[in-house]
Design a binder for this molecule. Structure first.
Ligand SMILES: NC(=O)C1=CN([C@@H]2O[C@H](COP(=O)(O)OP(=O)(O)OC[C@H]3O[C@@H](n4cnc5c(N)ncnc54)[C@H](OP(=O)(O)O)[C@@H]3O)[C@@H](O)[C@H]2O)C=CC1
Ligand SMILES: O=C(CO)COP(=O)(O)O
Length: 333
């Protein structure tokens, strides 16, 4: 069997380990806390992040970086986006020569405004042919329950994307290939920001017209920025764009939508952070995506207003009022 190392034993790292095992890989799941690795191995369950889900025997957990990397030709990264740089700097010396990196993360780094593939390229000596992204409508709990879903495996080198496609194709998980790494990453990061604003609308008690309007304008905003940066517009209409946007904005399982809902109900960002350990990437990436849009000269009203609400400079009600009051224009502008 081929070995894959998965770094990050949260919801998605653990759920994706199940996909990898079902697809025939031998998986070593690295957990930041030793007790999580011990519990996973002893109970065959990650009780903190995916309670009630039995992990296949091909998934073994460890807290030892060297042990996780040993023999792995694919290294899957599933930590929060904002900690990747520090994490990978520590892990890079243990990577097997020629191993391919796969980012599962959906965020943009604060300060540098880099996507995760760019951070990986900077920290390691890997070229674009060794850096891939997997992104799509893949809520961890549903994937862990083996509910059917599709996703996109993107790598600048199509042969590598095909190799990874074969490595992750399981009975319940259908991967498509793409060479548009940038489009997939921006689709994945931006939908979290849109889900925050949709969550706010839900928290304020608004219905489907409001959420559909925000989702659609969110897609337009995402596509505007992604295309200005060189993405293929069709990527944004696909699984890593529209697909993920719909799943995340519609599902009560989404941490970003839930975070937004709590903001809409009047909770502060600090209170929400204190109430959960789980990551809601959009709460950080709204600021970096807004800065990226400003640097690119692209209008980004959703990122702008979500950033203001998350930062406590505006209420969710004021955000919704501001959306409606904006200068009117043609839909396709
Ligand atoms: N959950 C989902 O449905 C999906 C998530 N993603 C993306 O995957 C990435 C990971 O998310 P997800 O697994 O859901 O997040 P979770 O909140 O479920 O888990 C986060 C994981 O990262 C670890 N972690 C937290 N802080 C650090 C740090 N500073 N250094 C190293 N590890 C750290 C946590 O360890 P500890 O338990 O010790 O805190 C935990 O294992 C995100 O970018 C997310 O957008 C993508 C698709 C689906
Ligand atoms: O990316 C996801 C689904 O594809 C998960 O979304 P949340 O991080 O909002 O839970």
């Amino acid at each position: 069997m081929s070995k894959v190392a998965v770094f990050g034993a949260g919801s998605w790292g653990t759920a994706f380990s199940i996909v990898l095992a079902d697809a025939g890989n031998d998986v070593t799941l690295w957990a930041r806390r030793e007790e999580v690795a011990q519990t996973v191995n002893a109970q065959r369950e990650n009780s903190e992040y995916l309670p009630g889900i039995e992990l296949p025997p091909a998934v073994q957990a460890t807290h030892d970086v060297e042990k996780a990397m040993h023999g792995a030709d694919v290294v899957v990264l599933a930590t929060p986006s904002q900690s990747l740089r520090a994490n990978l700097t520590e892990w890079a010396p243990y990577v097997e020569p020629g191993a391919v990196f796969v980012s599962l993360m959906k965020g943009v780094e604060l300060g540098t405004l880099e996507r995760m593939s760019q951070v990986i390229a900077e920290i390691t000596d890997a070229g674009p042919e060794r850096i891939a992204v997997i992104s799509g409508p893949n809520l961890a709990k549903e994937i862990a329950r083996r509910e059917p879903a599709a996703s996109v495996v993107a790598c600048a080198d199509e042969d590598v994307a095909k190799m990874l496609q074969a490595r992750v194709h399981s009975p319940a998980f259908r991967p498509y290939t793409s060479v548009d790494v940038l489009g997939c990453e921006l689709g994945g990061a931006y939908k979290n920001v849109v889900a925050l604003s949709v969550g706010m609308a839900v928290g304020l008690g608004f219905g489907d017209n409001t959420t559909a309007s925000v989702i659609t304008r969110g897609l337009a905003e995402t596509a505007r920025l992604a295309m200005a940066l060189g993405a293929n517009p069709l990527t944004l209409m696909g699984l890593a764009g529209l697909g993920d946007l719909v799943a995340t904005c519609s599902s009560p399982l989404s941490r970003n939508r839930t975070f937004g809902e709590k903001l809409g109900q009047g909770m502060t960002t600090a209170d929400i952070y204190a109430s959960t350990r789980q990551v809601a990437e959009g709460a950080k990436s709204c600021s970096s995506l807004l800065a990226l849009a400003q640097r690119t000269g692209v209008d980004a009203p959703i990122a702008h207003h979500v950033d203001a609400v998350v930062d406590g400079r505006m209420t969710a009600t004021e955000m919704m009022d501001a959306f409606i009051a904006r200068d009117t224009k043609a839909e396709t502008d």
